[in-house]
Write a new protein. Sequence first.
Length: 206
Amino acid sequence: MPDVPTSWELSREEWEAVVLDDLNRPAMKDRQRVIEVLMIRDGGICGLCKTPVDSGFREPHDPASPQADHIIEKSYGGPHTWENLRLAHGYCNKYRNNFPASVAVPEEVFREAFEQAVHRWENPHVYLPRAIAWDEGLIAEYRPKLAAAERELRKLVMADGDKDAITESARAVAHWAKLVKSAQTHRATLERRIAKHIAKGVTREK
Ligand SMILES: [Zn+2]
């Protein structure tokens, strides 16, 4: 078994004993615990890109955080059992979800995706501002569409227009409002992350 990059408090022997015990039971619902067990059983290697998973990435939404991947996806009836679970990077798991279960994605593709994710993670000063600029572009694109949809709705209501047309128009307003809101929320999240990285002193590429 390769060295598991681990920050757990138990010794390797203790973990293995606990894991063997766990693996004889049905897979648990406790996400963190399942990942801990998979981390040991799979030797700390992502089942998708075959590179080490760093247990130091513990925030669930960090791209390289360890996750439990269902080999046969849940949406395709894959069970939540140890046989059907494997360790994966969050990013690889997410990337895989873009493909139907029957499509085999080449390992190189996962590896490249993983490297990009890590590079993004390690260079927040490069990628976060770019991501924010992207969000701002979206907001600039959606806002006029929202304004136009609102004007259209107002016009229909004022003219006491057709009920169906008003419903349809209100739906368009809600659609654009939702897109604006979601880009704004995403931007705010990224800004908080930048603030966090600046506080940690991660501001420049070495
Ligand atoms: Zn991976």
